[in-house]
Design a protein around this ligand. Structure first.
Ligand code: NAG
Ligand code: NAG
Ligand code: NAG
Ligand code: NAG
Ligand code: NAG
Length: 764
């Protein structure tokens, strides 16, 4: 299947970011992240911090031309939980000296993160208050750490009404004061807030930080935080759209913000510092909606810090990225984290009512209750391409213009022309997912589907004085089909390790409604009227990730003894590959096709089923180390991730990690491939249970599972099975997929693992 590359919309708010990032400051010195072997720390040092400081100090002396010259402060951060080492501003000469220092492991330049929001949009509320919500007491007792752009503490979503007054005793974090932020802004919901920008400052020494505190200036962190664990807010909406009770997925969980994304930049060293602190503070789940593109695991701050988190049983939930629909674009494809893809929601807004009484549900988020009632409906071939501002201006006050010819003129151009001409009303005809998932309308107008267009045009042509109305601020739920994979969601395989299926699961990401900051525009009318809103629609895998993080928090509350791998396994094996028409989930990035596991992993998360998955695929830190060994990583590269030499490679390490999914990569040079897998599963059901296998073979494969029955006698019992997948190349099918489903005998549980077969030549 030849992926079709869709050029994303201009990312208005992100452009300023990139301009700032292009400015890299001091040409001679750079910030480096330096890993040290803490077991070699001389005993004279009281702490790792003293050791690193002394190391930097002696390097300064060794490399300074005049030893009496006062050297500027070079140490940026010291790290002790996420990794062992520090970040520092070093010249290449100093770096060379450092490399021969006792305890040095590796060093690499600081780099900048990619943030995973594409644009603006909505929210899916978890509207079935049984099952997981009940079993987890809505996330009571769990702390979620967000690595993000800060938080707007005054938002109603972060009030602590109804929160228990006893913060879990393991909590060691603080509420750090700063610009426009003081300690009384934290409460029993927002229990911690800290900020990390030494890396940004080191990369741009002349820069002034506009908001030097944990306060959010971008809206991203407030949005993700309220999606994970926002409190109940009555009547939240975006200018009347999606009005209702806003709430996070885990409304009783606590939040801790670690601000690492800045208007002035976003550096790996700051991300590491935030994650390091979150682990030390005692969070249960880390939600991180950003990533680093095309970096090996041993230089990826998310991978490095997440390993330390995983050792402590902390699940790191991360976003897959917004670089789809091209294959191989995914980031955070890290074997020990949860990687989340984005999908659509069953919701649309607004309708068109024709003079003949016919109502057509469409799509608009025009941010006002504009009265476009009983206006003439204009279908005039001379202007209907809606690409001439001049011609449109002539008819602007006359009525509602129908735009067509979207095969010749892009709907985005039409929207701009209609906006510029200040037309009373307009009807656009499009089903472009870029528009419906990440677009906005700036004039009183509505988008209808091409399948509804003929009846509208026919009506406009058939009567002498056709007229119509557009209804705004209406919300329709239950639209079909939903979910679909978002066009922008980044696709696997993972460049950091293609041998495991990534992403893991999909969650709502397009048009998510959640808390926003009031100091940044949330909407625009015409070309120059900007409006703010306390709640905003945003779209991206950044919005999908916190949904999964929230569910992980609920699972942690319901099953405090589950490992990070167990939580991920429960999410994967219970995910739903079908949409609300009971057909396989479609791929908005490749219209007319079903979403492959490289796009959505196992499917849409299904929180209530994840509560009771039957059995889980567990993995220990040593299992991941064996994987790194099997990948041929050097001992230094492994030490960079594990921090500890107490891990040793197994004698015959296998790259076949105990993962709840299967991927076979074949070379297009060969005509067939055989791959064997072994899996060990742990019964987490309450007692005895028997499962029988049901296989759907991907096209071109023979899949053999043995044994075909797994019988458990008691809770926590382990059983193993093996899988052999034989693929014979079929010229027509490049990517094929199926699954292995374990069906409970006389019970309701089904435990599903997706299988995907893909060419290894996908350009990563
Ligand atoms: C499979 O890949 C080949 C080569 O890239 C391409 O020409 C063909 O169209 C693809 N087939 C499908 C079904 O996508
Ligand atoms: C949770 O479930 C228990 C037992 O089924 C029930 O008694 C209780 O009312 C439920 N609580 C909520 C909040 O639904
Ligand atoms: C924190 O700031 C708020 C709002 O500016 C103010 O009302 C409050 O008194 C401050 N608290 C402290 C401890 O400074
Ligand atoms: C269609 O629009 C053109 C350009 O404004 C105008 O000259 C023409 O009269 C219109 N036709 C009708 C039928 O209204
Ligand atoms: C195999 O994949 C490579 C890389 O995409 C491509 O250049 C080559 O043409 C492919 N070969 C065949 C036989 O399809």
């Amino acid at each position: 299947m030849e992926p079709q590359f869709v050029v994303p919309l201009p990312l208005l708010f992100l452009i300023t970011f990139w301009l700032l990032l292009a400015n890299h400051g001091n040409a001679e010195s750079n910030t480096y992240i330096v890993h040290m072997d803490k077991s070699l720390m001389p005993q004279v040092f009281a702490s790792h911090h003293d050791w690193y400081e002394s190391t930097i100090h002696s390097i300064n002396l060794a490399t300074a031309s005049d030893p009496s010259e006062q050297q500027p402060q070079k140490l940026v951060y010291t790290y002790d939980d996420a990794m062992h080492g520090f970040s520092a501003v070093l010249s290449s000469e100093e770096l060379d000296t450092l490399k021969s220092t006792n305890g040095f492991v590796t060093a690499y330049p600081d780099r900048s993160a990619t943030i995973d929001t594409t644009h603006t949009f909505e929210f899916l509320s978890l509207d079935s208050p049984n099952g997981l919500w009940n079993a987890s007491n809505f996330g009571e007792g769990v702390i979620v750490g967000l690595i993000d752009s800060g938080i707007w503490p005054e938002s109603d979503s972060f009030k602590d009404d109804g929160m228990s007054r006893s913060i879990p005793s393991k909590w060691k974090g603080t509420c750090e004061p700063g610009q426009d932020f003081n300690t009384s802004m934290c409460n029993f919901k927002l229990i911690g807030a800290r900020y990390f920008n030494k890396g940004v400052k080191a990369a741009n020494p002349q820069i002034t930080i506009r908001m030097n505190s944990a306060r959010d200036t971008q809206g991203h962190g407030s949005h993700t935080s309220s999606t994970v664990a926002g409190n109940y807010v009555n009547g939240a909406s975006f200018f009347g759209y999606a009005k209702g009770v806003a709430r996070g997925i885990a409304p009783r969980a606590r939040l801790a913000m670690y601000k690492v994304l800045w208007d002035e930049g976003r550096q790996a060293s700051d991300v590491l510092a935030g994650m390091d602190q979150a682990i030390a503070d005692g969070v249960d789940v880390i939600s991180i909606s950003l990533g680093f593109d095309s970096v090996p695991l041993y230089e990826d701050p998310v991978a490095i810090a997440a390993f330390a988190a995983m050792e402590k049983g902390v699940l790191v939930s991360s976003s897959a990225g917004n670089e789809g629909p091209r294959l191989g674009t995914l980031h955070n494809g890290i074997p020990w984290v949860l990687t989340v893809a984005a999908g659509t929601i069953d919701r649309t807004f607004g309708s068109l009512i024709l003079g003949n009484g016919k109502t057509i549900v469409g799509w608009t988020l025009f941010p006002a209750n504009s009265i476009v009632q009983n206006f003439p409906l204009i279908y005039n071939k001379t202007i209907s391409a809606c690409n001439s501002i001049q011609k449109l201006t002539e008819v602007a006050s006359r009525g509602i213009v129908i735009c067509d010819a979207t095969d010749l003129v892009s709907v985005f151009k039409q929207i701009d022309a209609i906006t510029a001409a200040s037309v009373v009303g307009a009807v656009f005809i499009s089903e472009d997912p870029q528009l419906l998932e990440t677009g906005r309308l700036f004039s009183p107008s509505i988008v209808i589907s091409p399948s509804d267009a003929p009846s509208v045009i026919k009506y406009a042509k058939s009567v002498e004085t056709p007229f119509a109305s557009i209804k705004f601020q209406q919300t329709f739920v239950g639209t079909k089909p939903a979910p679909a994979a978002a066009y922008y969601t980044s696709r696997g395989p993972s460049s950091s390790y293609p041998g495991i299926l990534k992403p893991d699961v999909m969650a709502p990401g397009s048009n998510v409604l959640a808390a926003f900051v009031p100091n940044k525009p949330a909407a625009r009318i015409g070309t120059n009227v900007f409006l703010s809103s306390d709640y905003n629609f945003l779209s991206g895998t950044s919005m999908a990730c916190p949904h999964a993080s929230g569910v992980a928090a609920l699972l942690k509350a319901a099953h405090p003894d589950w490992s990070a791998a167990a939580i991920r396994s429960a999410l994967v094996t219970t995910a739903n590959p079908f949409d609300n028409t009971q057909n396989p989930i479609r791929d908005n990035g490749n219209p007319l096709q079903y979403a492959s596991p490289l796009t959505m992993g196992a499917g849409e998360i299904d929180p209530n089923r994840a509560l009771d998955p039957g059995f889980i695929y567990d993995a220990t830190p040593q299992d991941y180390v064996n994987l790194l060994c099997a990948l041929g990583y050097t001992s230094n590269q492994i030490l960079t991730i594990t921090r500890s030499k107490s891990y040793v490679c197994a004698s015959n390490p296998s790259s076949d990690i105990n993962y709840p999914s299967f991927i076979v990569l074949y070379s297009n040079k060969t005509s067939s491939k055989v791959q064997a897998f072994r899996r060990t599963v742990t019964n987490v059901g309450d007692g005895a249970a028997t499962y029988k296998v049901k296989v759907t073979q991907p096209k071109g494969t023979m899949v053999k599972v043995s044994p075909e029955t797994l019988t458990f006698g008691y809770k926590h019992e382990k059983k193993s099975y093996s899988v052999i997948i034989k693929y014979t190349r079929n010229k027509k099918e490049n990517i094929s997929f199926g699954d292995i489903v374990w069906v409970e005998d006389g019970g309701a549980r089904t435990i599903r693992s997706p299988i995907v077969v893909a060419p290894s030549e996908i350009e990563l």
